[in-house]
Design a protein around this ligand. Structure first.
Ligand code: LLP
Length: 418
């Protein structure tokens, strides 16, 4: 459920008509609903409250906008970050360093140092090599890094290949069978306090079954590690719950997710950690766009909109579906290809889509664009970097400016020897 609804035939974000935002900020523009974000944060946190000790770290990659992070901080979320840049954002949003978890296979020397100096709560280390480096750096600084070892459980997540992370051939984590011994070796190092395990098998999961399979395996590994005499006090179960992108689809409910976790982890005696991204932010945003023109096609007309693959990359990258609805509701329908202005055929949002009839100048939105939307935008074809707006009841604010091509151009130089 979200707060993008029609009133008198006009699509609103909470109490603000999207026509007003288009007029004042221009298009394309991401529009977020505070009430929706808040609702999803509360639902997730409340669902997990049946677990004795659970902490939530929002996966910043899903939506790193400072205002979004501030809202989630106010809802008691920490941050799961994958770069020093994301860490800076989480800190800037007021998240406590202790509530930050740092994941990722390629943390650089400089990033490890920055995170150590910031005093983050946990490093999710993804290889023995990284663990050795972190231990060395921490010891040299007289610090002790709190760490969890990320495991690759070799479980198929049943999602798109490009967002699947828990199969043996994926780059993430250490192989399940080698993990206990790696953990035991790392636990001996000064500078490192190995306190647990982490797992994340993929994103946009449509079913809880692969998660349950992964968590059961993690429980077995935890017992094996304890049997080696090592302590395990924290288990980070990652993110991954999918959201409906198509009207009528149904996806796992956080309440069922929490019950499954309670069942699997009942005897673990650990602090559980979670890194949800999409399930918190996905439905809280839309990409508002204007139709540039409707062009005749051989089979279907092309609705050419002013948003493109550089603004919303998911359809081009993962063949992802985003519902596309008009701002002004109308009875007439059309079957159309929805495309952006970028000069390659992958700049196609939908083919042969049955939509409300649109013409040049009309406004429409791609729904469920609050996660992995603006954050993946770029300036391909020398287009502007798309702005972001946050709506709260009848107020709205631009929370990220449109970065114009001229500003980007101003950061480039022609060397004087040319
Ligand atoms: N934790 C880790 C270690 C992750 O790698 C991810 C996502 C998450 C948590 C959050 O997962 P979520 O709850 O959002 O499913 N760009 C792709 C999604 C990439 C996800 C990467 N990792 C997309 O647009 O579908």
């Amino acid at each position: 459920m979200d707060h993008f609804t029609y009133r008198d035939g006009l699509l609103h974000a909470e109490d603000v008509p999207l026509t007003q935002i288009a007029q004042e900020v221009g298009t394309p523009v991401y529009v977020y609903s505070h009430a929706t974000l808040s609702r999803h944060a509360n639902i997730f946190r409340d669902a997990l409250s049946i677990l004795p000790d659970a902490r939530c770290a929002f996966a910043v990659k899903a939506n790193p906008n400072l205002a979004i992070l501030r809202v989630l901080q106010a809802h008691g979320f920490g941050a799961d970050v994958v770069s020093a840049g994301e860490m800076q954002r989480a800190l800037a949003a007021g998240m406590a360093a202790q509530d930050i978890v740092f994941s990722g296979v390629g943390k650089t020397h400089a990033e490890l140092l920055a995170a150590l100096d910031a005093g983050i709560g946990q490093f999710n280390i993804e290889s023995e090599e990284e663990g050795l480096e972190l231990a060395r750096l921490a010891a040299a600084r007289g610090r002790i890094a709190q760490a969890a070892l990320r495991i690759n459980p070799d479980v198929s997540a049943g999602t798109h290949d490009k967002i699947s992370t828990g199969k043996a051939e994926n780059k993430f984590g250490v192989p399940y069978d080698a993990a206990a011994e790696i953990y035991a070796r790392l636990a001996l190092l000064p500078g490192l306090h190995m306190r647990g395990l982490a797992v994340h098998i993929g994103s946009q999961l449509a079913s809880l079954a692969p998660l349950e399979a992964a968590f059961v395996r993690m429980g077995g590994l935890m017992a094996a590690i304890r049997a080696l005499g090592c302590s395990v006090t924290h288990m980070d179960l990652g993110g991954g719950i999918g959201v409906p992108y198509r009207y009528g689809e149904s996806f796992p409910d956080p309440v069922d997710y929490a019950q499954m976790i309670l069942r699997v982890t009942r005897d673990w005696g650990v602090t559980l950690m979670f890194e949800p991204g999409r399930v918190i932010a996905g439905n809280a945003g839309v990409l508002l766009t204007r139709v540039i023109r409707v062009k005749q096609g051989v089979v279907h007309p092309f609705v050419v909109v002013d948003a493109a693959m550089n603004d919303l990359a998911r359809p081009a990258l993962y063949d992802a579906w985003h519902d596309f609805v008009p701002v002004r509701a109308g009875p007439a329908r059309m079957t159309a290809n929805i495309v952006g202005p970028v000069c390659e055929s992958s700049d196609t949002f939908a083919m042969a889509r049955d939509i409300t009839a649109l013409e040049a100048g009309d406004l429409a939105v791609f729904r469920t664009a609050g996660a992995y939307g603006a954050t993946m935008a770029n300036t391909y074809n020398s287009r502007a970097l798309v702005p972001e707006v946050l709506v709260h009841e009848d107020r709205f604010a631009v929370v990220a400016d449109r970065i114009e091509p001229a500003t980007i151009l101003a950061a480039e130089r022609v060397p004087d020897w040319l």
